[in-house]
Design a protein around this ligand. Structure first.
Ligand SMILES: NC(=O)c1ccc[n+]([C@@H]2O[C@H](COP(=O)([O-])OP(=O)(O)OC[C@H]3O[C@@H](n4cnc5c(N)ncnc54)[C@H](OP(=O)(O)O)[C@@H]3O)[C@@H](O)[C@H]2O)c1
Length: 245
């Protein structure tokens, strides 16, 4: 299989690249820094004998069509698109924030994934066993006064993934898995005091790769977050508004 991982230099994206290399996928990896990507590519090629091409780019300024052409030059049409890159700005995203920060949160978490997906939809419609995989967040399930813009962007991305699932239904066979991720042990949560346990990114990646080929739509990862988020969704407004979450 031929797989593109957006946000492959750290955390979950890096763990996914490793899992995919282990099963023999040809990879195209993207993140903003070549110094991070080059050793990862060399390591995966050495250990698993797979071809790994890298592109250092800020996905918010990437020209999607030129990017797709580079991917096609390296791999030809792809089977799997993994849109994993994301950022949060926890300290600022709790009310009014500098407009440039608001724009960046939306660009990385919403606009860029959609612009990239848009140019690869034809590949996915042609792949007999392809996958569209998106990294969402439990933060998007019910809006709160923390992570306001991040959550809105992730919810928008999730809505787009629903649409892609509907678009791909009845075509050649590509499937959608969109993950409402709980806490992961990555730099995004480093130093934070978390109210619930964080999942190791390699465990998350194993589950996600095992799920490839399944028509899942949106699911929680880990699955036990469904209990927490169902409770949070069910809380009456009078109570919810008093919570500092
Ligand atoms: N960690 C959590 O607890 C948690 C919880 C819920 C959801 N999520 C979501 O899960 C996904 C993965 O999170 P993570 O914790 O693994 O994050 P991470 O460790 O911070 O890694 C993020 C990856 O995305 C890349 N990236 C970010 N902005 C980019 C940009 N503008 N252009 C190119 N690459 C960019 C980073 O590369 P560079 O360093 O080169 O920018 C890096 O490879 C994200 O979408 C996140 O929102 C995470």
């Amino acid at each position: 299989m031929k797989s593109v991982v957006i946000g492959a230099s750290a955390g979950l994206g890096r763990a996914l690249a490793e899992e995919l290399a282990q099963r023999g996928d040809q990879l195209f990896l993207v993140s903003s820094n070549l110094d991070d990507l080059a050793p990862i590519a060399a390591d995966l090629t050495l250990r698993y004998g797979v071809s790994v091409t890298v592109e250092a780019a800020d996905i918010t300024t990437l020209d999607p069509e030129a990017f797709r052409d580079k991917v096609h030059a390296a791999l030809g049409p792809i089977d799997n698109l993994l849109l994993i890159a994301g950022i949060s700005l926890l300290d600022k995203d709790k009310g009014p924030m500098p407009p440039a920060d608001l724009d960046r949160l939306i660009a990385v978490n919403f606009t860029a994934p959609l612009r990239i997906a848009n140019v690869f939809l034809p590949d996915l419609t042609q792949s007999p066993a392809g996958n569209f995989i998106g990294a969402g967040s439990v933060a998007a399930v019910r809006g709160r006064r923390n992570n306001m813009v991040y959550a809105a962007a992730k919810r928008g991305f999730e809505c787009y993934a629903d649409s892609v699932r509907h678009y791909l239904a009845g075509q050649n066979g590509a499937k959608v898995q969109f993950y409402r991720l709980g806490y992961l042990k990555t730099r995004m949560t480093a130093g934070q005091k978390l109210p619930f346990p964080a999942l190791d990114p390699s465990e998350a990646a194993k589950s996600m790769v095992a799920n490839m080929g399944k028509d899942l739509g949106s699911v929680y990862l880990p699955r036990w977050w469904i209990g927490i988020m169902s409770l949070i969704q069910a809380l009456p407004w009078a109570l919810f508004k008093k919570l500092d979450i």
